[in-house]
Design a protein around this ligand. Structure first.
Ligand code: HEM
Length: 371
């Protein structure tokens, strides 16, 4: 498919699919031709917080907003988070009983990013179960295409957005009074210096972080362990020299088992891409998961090879919307694996070993991973 029809129209969906590395990269980085505003609603008032957030807007608004929120993800901020993330990883590992059956997803890779995001946003950890329910509704799709299923989803999403709005409004009002070392306080600080993030924009950004940063990072960590069960020698190689090898291994997991398989764009004008004649307004889906296995770009693309250098995978996107949380996701994965290795220097499957993939076209990860 990637070779024979690298860009083709799926008549059933009425959307274009780009599969090869060069086309996927082009779609993601050519902001002049491909818009991130996928909403069919015309008025801002009708849009959801995600439809108004960073990931769904184009320049010049995107440039403005990104320059403000990127303050919360600088290398200096990352350095401050390291001990906090280590503490969370250690706490989760303390709660695992090595003598009984372990499910890596439910006991480790799922709770870790949720707890980290709660800490980073500076919200009470007790609210974790609410976060889980909220983020699941925000990313959910309808059960089927019936009008009832669509209505049910819309009603629940509206309720979720309302609850999130009320929740964050109260948190923001507390943080204005008592700023701490968290993202919301940083963003409120930016507001105080006369820049332009409104309270609604801060709320939209918090909701985006919940949605964009949780399941993706869970899947990166689960997928890394999935690779170790397939290639146990690599686990040992990392263990011998984590400082040098672990970052390379994480990049290769991102390429080989990309947690986000695709992102979509809307053509701003008529565009010729390879043999494809895309019309203004058409949806174009950029399949990063496929691009990351393109033999034209990666030698022996089907092989898991942690020695690839450079490894220009597209798992975090490309261009102006490149994942803002990439340094955090990498740090979380690094700490998760380092701390796991300290407790379990041998990576061994038990007789109950089983794994269950998530059923999704866009998300690649595991629902369950019994070791
Ligand atoms: C954007 C993937 C973790 C926050 C993106 C995009 C991708 C992506 C592919 C680009 C979207 C586009 O081009 O339309 C991932 C993966 C992750 C991860 C694979 C984990 C392995 C995180 C984390 C956070 C985060 C931990 C924050 C807590 C964001 C934000 C954007 C974004 C705010 C929007 C950036 C913009 O539009 O300028 N992510 N992400 N992500 N991600 Fe991540």
């Amino acid at each position: 498919m990637r070779k024979e029809s690298p860009v083709r129209k799926d008549e059933r969906r009425g959307a274009w699919d780009a599969f090869d590395y060069q086309s996927v990269k082009y779609v993601l980085e050519t902001k002049e031709l491909f818009s991130s505003n996928r909403s069919k609603k015309q008025e801002d008032e009708q849009k959801s917080p995600i439809e108004l957030s960073l990931i769904s807007i184009d320049p010049p608004k995107h440039t403005q907003m990104r320059s403000l929120v990127k303050k919360a993800f600088t290398p200096k901020v990352m350095k401050e988070w390291r001990p906090r993330i280590e503490r969370i990883a250690k706490q989760l590992l303390d709660e695992i009983d090595p003598a009984s059956e372990i499910d890596i997803v439910t006991q480790f890779s799922y709770p870790l990013p949720v707890m980290v995001i709660a800490e980073i946003l500076g919200v009470p950890i007790e609210d974790q179960s609410k976060f889980k329910e909220w983020s699941e509704w925000v990313v959910a799709g309808p059960k089927d295409n019936s009008p009832e299923a669509i209505k049910h989803l819309e009603q629940n999403q509206q309720r979720t957005y309302h609850e999130l709005y009320v929740y964050f409004k109260e948190i923001i009002s507390n943080k204005r009074e008592h700023p701490e070392k968290d993202i919301i306080s940083v963003l409120l600080g930016a507001e105080a210096q006369g820049t332009v993030l409104s309270e609604d924009e801060i709320i939209g950004f918090c909701i985006l972080l919940l949605v964009a940063g949780n399941e993706t990072t869970t899947n990166l960590i689960s997928n890394a362990f999935y690779c170790f069960t397939e290639f146990p020698d690599i686990y040992e190689e990392i263990l011998r020299n984590p400082k040098d090898i672990l970052p390379l291994a994480i990049e290769e997991v991102l390429r080989y088992r990309s947690p986000v398989q695709a992102m979509s764009r809307v053509a701003k004008e008529d565009i010729i891409l390879g043999d494809a004649q895309i019309k203004a307004g058409d949806i174009v889906v950029a399949w990063m998961g496929s691009a990351n296995r393109d033999e034209q770009q990666f030698e022996q693309a089907g092989q898991f090879n942690i020695k690839r250098k450079p490894n220009p995978h597209l798992a975090f996107g490309k261009g102006i919307h490149f994942c803002l949380g990439a340094p955090l996701a990498r740090l979380e994965a690094e700490i998760a694996i380092e701390e796991w290795m300290k407790r379990y220097p041998k990576f061994e499957k038990s007789s109950n070993f089983s794994l269950e993939p998530i059923e999704s076209t866009f998300v690649y990860g595991l629902k369950e991973f019994k070791l």
